[in-house]
Write a new protein. Structure first.
Length: 305
């Protein structure tokens, strides 16, 4: 599935680490980005105005990340996305897992090996990839693992699928499923923390796109995350995707200051990620943190004479 705007958090890490952007640098978003004679639109057609890194992630500004992508180029985007495990199988044991795709110039040459005129990578394609569109595809497991590494300081863990854990007498036991580290992302922790802070704003800022992932105030736990609303695409230019609803994504982590859980929700053709996927993540987290909704007080019955 194309990851849509969730991909922007990895773009932000790449841009900061490579020095093509500064966290305090602002980019003006008038609602579109002209490149190669074409206007690439922002999801907010009236524009976001002047935005820095934190604000661009909070509001999910497309124009900001078009700019970052243009400066990075497709091969550096590919390098950083794969550092976080995107476009790669998360575990060799998951034989049926689709690795997805993070495009590059080398990939396009190979994909169009029998069609040389289409082998050239065009800069305009980079613009689409910059917001998780174009040929980019990932899986929810990859997103969970990649975001986990982003918010835990750069550690990639082996995914383990568990139905339940218990001993013969039914007691809970978890010693067989301790976290297994399989790699580390070579990125400055200061940069990871800056992007993590912006993801907390996505959920907790009054204008953030992920407000519906907020946990009940009684829990006292802040959530961070990123929304994604991904257009349905096809690598086969002859296949139409017209009329097919966007995929809704949300990835969240909590508690924000010391994450214990990362949850990714993907609703196929589910529309807006902030509107539809974020509440699902909130419900999973409520269960994880043991939230019990208050019992509604029944309305008094009025007896009629």
């Amino acid at each position: 599935y194309p990851p849509g705007s969730i991909f922007k958090v990895f773009m932000a890490v790449a841009g900061l680490e490579e020095g093509v952007i500064r966290e305090d640098e602002t980019v003006n978003c008038p609602g579109y980005f002209y490149f190669g004679g074409r206007a690439f639109k922002c999801h907010k057609h009236s524009g976001h105005g002047s935005v820095d890194l934190n604000r661009a992630i909070t509001l999910s500004c497309d124009v900001y990340f078009y700019t970052v992508g243009q400066r990075l180029g497709i091969d550096r985007i590919h390098e950083y996305a794969t550092k976080f495990g995107l476009g790669l199988r998360t575990d060799p044991d998951f034989e049926q897992e689709n690795p997805g795709l993070i495009p590059s110039t080398a990939w396009k040459k190979m994909y169009y090996e029998k069609d040389p005129p289409n082998q050239k990578w065009f800069p305009g394609e980079t613009i689409s990839v910059s917001i998780g569109q174009g040929a980019t595809t990932t899986t929810p497991m990859q997103i969970s693992r990649g975001v986990s590494a982003l918010v835990n300081g750069g550690i990639l863990y082996k995914p383990q699928l568990v139905r339940k854990i218990e001993s013969v007498d039914g007691a809970f036991r978890d010693e067989d499923f301790k976290p297994v580290e399989v790699g580390r992302v070579d990125v400055q922790k200061r940069i990871l923390n800056k992007v993590k802070e912006a993801m907390v704003s996505v959920v907790n800022d009054p204008h953030g796109t992920g407000k519906r992932a907020q946990l009940p105030k009684e829990l006292g736990i802040q959530v961070g995350g990123k929304t994604g609303t991904a257009q349905v695409v096809s690598l086969d230019y002859h296949k139409s995707t017209e009329g097919r609803e966007h995929h809704a994504w949300f990835v969240g982590f909590a508690p924000a200051e010391d994450p214990q859980i990362v949850v990714t929700a993907l609703i196929e053709h589910g529309g807006g990620g902030g509107l539809n996927a974020a509440p699902l993540v909130r419900q999973v987290m409520e269960a994880f943190f043991g939230y019990v909704p208050p019992t509604p007080t029944p309305e008094p019955q009025v007896k009629r004479k």
